[in-house]
Design a protein around this ligand. Structure first.
Ligand SMILES: N[C@@H](CCC(=O)N[C@@H](CS)C(=O)NCC(=O)O)C(=O)O
Length: 263
């Protein structure tokens, strides 16, 4: 699995690989797909896209120009939740969604809440980059709701007694909790969020979580850049990223709105 060679959509898959995922190392949305693939032990071709230099053909795959994008059986799927659901359905064993429609609906409520309310609050605070009281309160509310879901469920995971689909959909942002704490002092303490804290500790023991874990230093470096509006998406690539040079030229950073197609 070589992730530093940019492969075109019609490039042949290597023997033993069944699909290709376009990703970006630090992307939590792409991590949703990576977690599902890891949990199901599926071989795939991982290709990281430099989101500052997207090839034109990438927009043919996903008009939003975002990762993750999954290629399988001549088709193309994007949007992380849809992609993860596709993986669950296309590779049904082992199963990570419940067969019971009511349980499945409830599980969707959990990750839907996190996606619609928690994630925007997470990024608003991260972008401020210091312990802003208003944004902290907003995030506390939604992290609190996630804690109360688990409390009401009274099971170790959002999926029940075992890790499952909702857990993997929510996890990537909680893996980033230490970075958020580092930058904004937002703390998911066991005193304030006992159920969620216990879930985080359990999730850290999951083999798929460990397999998809992002180097914490890489994550810290990424989010420092992220706050400047000009993240370096090649951090951690086989070729060393020019971190020092970028840091020295912060004033000259391109406006993030110009992040677009490769010329
Ligand atoms: N709603 C999308 C969001 C995906 C997303 O925002 N991905 C980011 C990377 S973490 C991206 O590709 N951004 C494009 C860019 O920065 O130009 C999903 O769930 O897949």
């Amino acid at each position: 699995m070589s992730s530093d060679v940019l492969k075109l959509p019609n490039d042949k898959l290597e023997d033993g690989q069944v699909l290709r995922l376009y990703s970006m190392r630090m992307c939590p949305y792409a991590q949703r797909a990576r977690l599902m693939l890891a949990a199901k032990n599926i071989n795939y071709d991982l290709v990281n896209i430099d989101l500052n230099n997207k090839p034109d053909w990438f927009f043919d795959l996903n008009p939003y120009g975002e990762v993750p994008v999954l290629l399988h059986n001549g088709g193309c799927v994007y949007e992380s939740l849809i992609t993860a659901e596709y993986i669950e359905e296309a590779f049904p064993q082992p199963k990570f969604y419940s067969d019971d429609p009511l349980v499945r609906a409830r599980e969707k409520i959990y990750f839907n809440h996190w996606t619609k309310k928690g994630i925007p609050a997470f990024y608003s605070l991260l972008k401020v980059g210091y312990p802003d009281p208003e944004q902290t309160k907003r995030l506390e509310e939604h992290v609190g709701i996630m804690d109360s879901f688990l409390k009401k469920l009274n099971t170790p995971y959002f999926h029940g007694d075992q890790v499952g689909f909702p857990d993997y959909m929510i996890w990537p942002w909680f893996e980033r909790a230490p970075v958020l704490k580092d930058i904004t002092e937002f703390n998911i303490s066991p005193e304030k969020y006992p159920h969620l804290s216990a879930w985080i500790n359990r999730m850290w023991k999951d083999p798929a979580v460990l397999k998809c874990m992002i180097d914490p230093q890489l994550m810290i470096d990424h989010y420092q850049f992220y706050r400047t509006g000009k993240p370096d998406f090649t951090l951690g690539a086989a070729k060393p990223a020019p971190v020092q040079e970028l840091l020295e030229n912060l004033d000259g950073l391109r406006d993030p709105t110009t992040r677009d197609r490769q010329k």
